[in-house]
Design a protein around this ligand. Structure first.
Ligand SMILES: Cc1ncc(COP(=O)(O)O)c(C=O)c1O
Length: 469
């Protein structure tokens, strides 16, 4: 696996899975008789490793997944070896999770004490379920409506459906020209007779827009007994690492609940997200569940009754793996400052690319202003095309854009992670770039990094920017 990490750039970003490999997975015979670990490991090498999503590759520009890091991979190995069960008690994983959560409380401007709670989860989808469940507990026996912008991530609707919140209580609010929730429309939509769960997003999946979080906090503060402010910071909240980017999130620290991912921009390996809840007592009372004699705790030893934190009282799971180590090792190794620096660089790269696109107004346009690392590009020539032609055009473009090894554009372009946003007329494409190649945009981008290219034409990665790669 060390070779795998070392050679990451020598491999294609993504390669199609041959029919025989798919066939091998379709084989349903039970492995009744065991085989040697080497044989099993060799199968991993031939069946699994070559056909990953590719998001660990520096040239993977599609969608929004994070790349992980080598220190995170090491943490996963240690975690698996320890195989600890992180439900609670006197054990290192609990103390470590508490420490990591206290770092995030500080980073996000939440109270760094026991009045405020949190838990590491698999991602923002689960974090959203937790936040919604806690808010519903607070508004117990009262009608609660959920208000969210049309650009809000679909995990909110899924959470609402799971919690049996009826459709007529889900109120989608339009967005303004910056793709932020329209505050005036929101104010007009709020039902004065009901409680409300107001959702703001710090970096939407579609355009990277950050809602006016200060405006949302003011609105919720004006009726704090009836309105709960939840912020979905899956994508963007960790940019608070950067003192330059942090002001974009002013107001985030006033939320009642904040969900965010560590497996995206923070480079922690999948899966890892976090939920912070301002009212820790309410959080615990929503999930604590001591039914069953096997859960009765003895005071002393591993399982004290008082004074310690049992994470199973704050989320959906009793048996939980140790997520804190990969977060802890990532933060200790790279530090918030350097991680913030990488994010700043990603943003600069996106801005630079958007500027290059502006130089080709007849062929390309950005649908949304670049915000963070995401923006949508539109191939103007196809504006009038029918849906079918449209789809065909983009397939052609995608094919043009990927060389026969699956590599994107230009080898000299460094890690422009999370750079392109897909989503053109709601079609999903593997890679969502448009004709930039023919327009020599890559060459221009490459030019910017020429100084970092060695005599063999290989890009020299600056280790200050790309830790562990
Ligand atoms: C803004 C936003 N919210 C929520 C989610 C869901 O997060 P997860 O996939 O970590 O559950 C995503 C995922 O891309 C997202 O972009």
């Amino acid at each position: 696996m060390i070779d795998y990490l070392r050679d990451i750039r020598l491999r294609p970003v993504w390669r199609p899975m041959p029919a025989e490999i798919k066939q091998a997975f379709a084989q349903t015979d039970l492995p009744v008789k065991g085989q040697s670990p080497w044989q099993t490991y060799n199968e991993v090498h031939s069946l699994v490793l070559p056909y990953s999503l590719g998001n660990d590759h520096p040239h993977f520009w599609g969608y929004v997944p994070g790349a992980g890091s080598s220190i995170g991979a090491l943490a996963e190995f240690i975690t698996g070896t320890m195989n600890t069960m992180s439900w609670g008690g006197h054990q290192s994983s609990i103390y470590m999770e508490r420490q990591v959560l206290s770092w995030f409380k500080t980073l996000m401007g939440f109270p760094n004490d026991d009045t405020c709670s949190g838990i590491l989860v698999s991602g923002t989808s689960v974090a959203t379920i937790i936040a919604l469940a806690v808010a519903r507990k607070r508004f117990h026996n009262r009608n609660m409506k959920i208000y969210y912008s049309m650009d809000t991530h679909s995990c909110l609707i899924r959470a609402a459906e799971l919690l049996n919140i009826e459709k007529h209580n889900l109120i989608a609010v339009p967005v303004n020209q910056q793709h932020q929730i329209d505050l005036k429309a929101l104010k007009d939509a709020i039902d004065p007779c009901s409680c409300g769960f107001i959702v703001g997003t710090a970096g939407t999946t579609g355009t990277g827009a950050i809602d006016d979080l200060q405006g949302l906090a003011d609105l919720c503060g004006s009726r704090s007994q009836e309105l709960w402010l939840h912020i979905d910071g899956a994508l963007g909240a960790v940019a608070c690492c950067s003192s330059r980017l942090k002001p974009l999130f002013a107001g985030l620290e006033r939320a009642d609940s904040l969900a965010f991912d560590l497996h995206k921009w923070l480079s922690v390996p999948y899966e890892c997200g976090c939920i912070l809840i301002r009212d820790g007592h309410l959080h615990k009372s929503t999930f604590v569940h001591h039914i069953g004699s096997y859960l009765t705790l003895m005071d002393g030893g591993l399982t004290p009754i008082t004074g310690e934190l049992f994470f199973s009282d704050y989320g959906l799971e009793l048996s939980r793996n140790m997520k804190s180590l990969k977060v802890w090792m990532t933060l200790k190794t790279y530090g918030f400052k350097q991680l913030g620096h990488i994010m700043e660089q990603n943003v600069d790269q996106a801005m630079h690319f958007a500027n290059l696109i502006k130089q080709h107004p007849n062929d390309l346009d950005t649908i949304s202003k670049p915000c963070f690392t995401i923006f949508m590009i539109y191939l103007l020539a196809h504006f009038q095309a029918s849906d079918r032609q449209h789809r065909y055009s983009f397939e052609v473009v995608n094919n043009e854009y990927v060389d026969k090894n699956g590599n994107l554009i230009n080898d000299r372009i460094p890690r422009l992670k999370n750079f392109f946003k897909r989503r053109i007329n709601s079609y999903t494409y593997t890679i969502d770039v448009v004709k930039a190649q023919q327009l020599h945009i890559p060459q221009q981008l490459g030019q910017q990094y020429q100084d970092n290219t060695n005599n063999n034409g290989q890009y020299q990665y600056d280790n200050n920017y790309y830790p562990g790669r």
